[in-house]
Write a protein that binds this ligand. Structure first.
Ligand code: PMP
Length: 304
């Protein structure tokens, strides 16, 4: 069962969870244009703290900008509304889902003057790829579906419709017995997971896909920052699937997936076949930071 909370913020007001409804002819439901965010709030010793909230709200507004959607609230208003939604629901750690969508009005592809609606829901959500996955790593399949071309998916935007491509990959991976998919780009280079960015470690160097066909992940940026602070050499450089196969370590990053080690790709063992030492070091620091145990990175925490 879905872990319901009490209230959902909808267009500036709180409504009961079960009453947060839209008309079946809501434009976004038919044509896929909705921009959204996935954010996490962690419980810390100083109370609940949202991780990099400003960066997530900024990305939400940039996603809307790419699609010329005019959000009828300011960034500050949405920022405050997220914190208020957590407070109202009296929840200490949660996943946060703000969504901006084209409401009910006209039909047809062109969104015309349909209202732009905004909702924010929060709920308790554990490890996205499983607690065991976080510890031991997951099994991944290279998808037969490719990430859309950079001029089809304007990938700096986090847009509902793009996740149809992700779902093709995820459904295929699960039905073949894997935990997650990795997609290649239109030129055959490794792009990202269905909802995660990807990193590999080879000869002590940490490498991730450059910002081309991928979402500009906030966890990706966090990992690049903390790796530099740990004196690990980093590169944002394209790599092929065979380089992934022979990497010493690999992991996915994402707000939902956090830092999930990859132990196998297409039935090839990666490194030692479980979480590698550099992955573990980065993962430990990441969890210390989000849980408020490392004062050096307090700037990334917004206390509720
Ligand atoms: N790529 C895709 C396709 C995603 O859906 C996500 C999750 N938002 C990511 C990467 C990781 O982004 P972030 O670290 O900001 O959650």
């Amino acid at each position: 069962m879905f872990p319901k909370t009490d209230k959902i913020w909808m267009d500036g007001k709180f409504v009961n969870w079960d009453d947060a409804k839209v008309h079946v002819l809501t434009h976004s439901l038919h044509y896929g244009l909705a921009v959204f965010e996935g954010i996490r709030c962690y419980n810390t010793e100083q109370g609940p703290a949202v991780f990099r909230l400003k960066d997530h709200i900024e990305r939400l507004f940039k996603s809307a900008h790419i699609f010329t959607l005019k959000i009828p609230f300011t960034e500050e208003e949405i920022f405050e509304a997220v914190k208020e939604t957590i407070r109202v629901n009296k929840i200490n750690s949660c996943y946060i889902r703000p969504i901006v969508f084209v409401g009910y009005g006209n039909m047809g592809v062109y969104p015309k003057n349909n209202p732009i609606q905004v909702a924010i829901a929060v709920w308790s959500w554990g490890a996205y790829l499983g607690e065991e996955g976080l510890q031991k790593g997951i099994r991944v399949k290279t998808s037969s579906f490719i990430r859309n071309h950079v001029n089809s998916n304007l990938s700096r935007g986090k847009v509902a419709g793009y996740y149809v491509n992700s779902q093709l990959a995820k459904i295929e991976a699960i039905s073949c017995g894997y935990d997650e998919a990795v997609l290649l780009d239109t030129e055959g280079y490794v792009s990202e997971g269905s909802g995660e960015n990807i990193f590999i470690v080879r000869k002590g160097i940490l490498k991730t896909t450059p910002l081309t066909s991928i979402l500009e992940g906030i966890t990706r940026d966090t990992v690049l920052t903390i790796a530099k602070d740990l004196s690990i050499e980093t590169k944002e450089e394209r790599f092929t699937r065979d380089e992934l196969y022979i990497s010493d370590e690999a992991f996915f990053t994402g707000t939902a997936a956090e830092i999930t080690p990859i132990r196998e790709v297409d039935d090839r063992t990666i490194g030692i076949g479980s979480r590698g030492p550099i992955t573990e070091k980065i993962q430990n620091l990441f969890f210390d930071i989000v849980k408020g145990k490392n004062s050096k990175y307090q700037r990334w925490l917004d206390f509720v």
